[in-house]
Each structure stands twice: as structure tokens, then as C-alpha cells.
Design a protein around this ligand. Sequence first.
Ligand SMILES: [Zn+2]
Length: 157
Amino acid sequence: MTDARTRSILERHGLRCTRQRAEIYHALVSTSSHPTAEELFGMVRNRLPGLSLATVYNTLDAFVRRGLARKFALPPSVGEDPSASAPAPAARYDADTSEHIHLISDHGKVRDVPPDLGRRLIDGLPPDVLDELERRMGVSIDQVRIEISGTSTGRSC
Ligand SMILES: [Zn+2]
């Protein structure tokens, strides 16, 4: 992604383009690993002397508020030490804000489910069940989120 394109995206979302924002956004867009703030900090800190982890958090919060990134957390049971003293999983960030489904496997590795399969999963939800859920629970469903977790089998095609 060019500097001009990054600038244009930041400004379109109401954020002044600073070097720190541009580098952090570029790092987030360039990876499919759904990094934590700490991981992003590690990716950009050598290009931004003086950068603090707090600035990375603040920048990511601004991206999320402005719709440039999505923030999510893994369920505590996935990819973490199951002992009761384990800290809550760190938030993860995704520059892809479109609706898509995450597959969590192999100790918390997050991957995007291919869009065609994600669409088929969502489209395959039975409408009568969703209707009944709305009636019985007194809500109007805005969105259904699906998250999949699994264990790698080593086979894929
Ligand atoms: Zn994703």
C-alpha cells in the first residue's frame, strides 16, 4: 500500500495522517495474522523510535472507533493456558472490517474462513429458527456472528 493510499484511507475516516498512524495501519493491513497490540508494536517499533505500547493501543482504539479496524478477543478457553490464574486473552485486531468468519486453531492462531464458505454458512442458517428465536426472546436480530475453532489435521486442499 502506498503512502498516498494510506493517507487517503486515514483521512477518509477522519484521522489525520501521522507517521505513527500510517506505519501501524500499514502493518495491520499487511498481515493476515490478526495481531495483538503487542505483536503490532513488535512489527513497527524499529521503524518508529520512541514509540510506546500505549500509543499503539491508543492508535488501534482510534482505528476501531473510526471503522478502520475491528477488535475482537478469543474465547478464554481457546489457545490459552486453562489454569484459573491465566490472564484474559489479549484483544486482537483485524483491518478487514467486512463481515467474515474466523477460524481459531493451533493455540490461538486466527485465520479467515474463505468468503464463499462463510457466505454458505450464514446463508444456511434456518430462517424459521431465527424467526422463532426473535419471537421467543423478544428481539430483532441485527447480525449473526459465527466463530469456529478447531485443531489442525495437517490436511488441506
Ligand atoms: Zn479476520
